[in-house]
Ligand binder design. Structure first.
Ligand code: SF4
Length: 281
């Protein structure tokens, strides 16, 4: 994707979220952005992708929102940090785009996943979109770092079939170092989801040397198992597919020399989660 293209020239659908997209929302007036955040009538999206089999059950259509409140050092999509990099998309246009897939998604036992960026940066858009999609009888999933979970009411949470919760690391200081934020709100959101008996699929990005500490993972696993609503854990091996975005965006990237985890390391981490009584893949 060329950075010179205007929003009108950029299709909503992208082959995958690794396409670099910037400045697509910069022409939206500040007052309109404020109104959008208040009402959810308009959202800012990096893209839609179809055919995902790794973002929830079955085959998924995924909408990637722009805007994130964290700065993970291993983020694969730093172009989604800035909300104004996303394309302005009305709620109605998003619903219409999704409506095209409803029958196919049902046949493939799939659904819709709202991911990002951090979708709850645009909590009104997220809540209204998920509610409308659920009303179309499409399975719904929210992929979130959980930090802003309190922005969703209990009724809104009930519209989400699965929360894909990204737990980055257990140790609060390490978490601060890796993401720039405290993990307490994420853990509180996980507890709230457990109280409301909402299903969690835990996502754990495994980065050699950063998130592979044995004790840390044991603590994470023990916490997750104790919740009682974690249906599975996906151990996601770190990769370098997003590195070019850091370079293009001229953001200091510190993981040039970090390799993908070995199969043995992935296996060890999966076993740690399984030893706590969880399904891990
Ligand atoms: S929470 Fe996700 S989108 Fe945000 S910085 Fe971390 S990895 Fe990137």
């Amino acid at each position: 994707m060329s950075e010179e293209k205007s929003p009108q020239q950029v299709p909503l659908e992208a082959p995958n979220p690794y396409e670099l997209r910037v400045n697509l929302g910069v022409n939206v007036a500040e007052s309109a952005v404020k109104e959008a955040l208040k009402t959810g009538d308009l959202g800012f999206l990096h893209s839609f992708t179809t055919g995902s089999t790794v973002d929830g059950p079955g085959v998924r259509v995924v909408a990637w929102t722009s805007g994130c409140n964290w700065r993970c050092v291993y983020c694969h999509n730093p172009d989604t940090w800035n909300m104004m990099n996303g394309m302005p998309v009305t709620l109605e246009r998003a619903i219409e785009a999704l409506g095209k897939y409803r029958h196919g998604l049902r046949i493939m036992a799939g659904g819709f996943t709202l991911s990002g960026g951090e979708p709850l940066m645009q909590d009104r858009f997220a809540a209204r979109l998920l509610t409308r999609v659920k009303a179309m009888d499409i399975h719904t999933a929210l992929d979130t770092n959980g930090y802003l979970g309190e922005r969703l009411s209990d009724e809104e949470l009930d519209q989400i079939d699965v929360v894909l919760l990204d737990l980055k690391t257990w140790d609060p200081e390490r978490h601060q170092r890796l993401t720039g934020k405290d993990n307490a709100p994420t853990l509180a959101f996980a507890r709230r989801l457990a109280e409301r008996k909402r299903t969690i699929w835990l996502r754990y990005v495994l980065v050699p040397g950063l998130t592979d500490d044995i004790d840390d993972i044991n603590q994470t696993a023990s916490f997750a198992a104790g919740l009682g609503n974690v249906a599975r854990v996906d151990v996601l091996p770190f990769h370098q597919m997003g590195r070019y975005k850091w370079k293009k965006l001229a953001i200091d990237y510190t993981l040039d020399n970090v390799s993908a985890p070995s199969p043995e390391l992935v296996d060890r981490v999966c076993k740690q989660f399984r030893a706590a009584g969880l399904k891990a893949y």
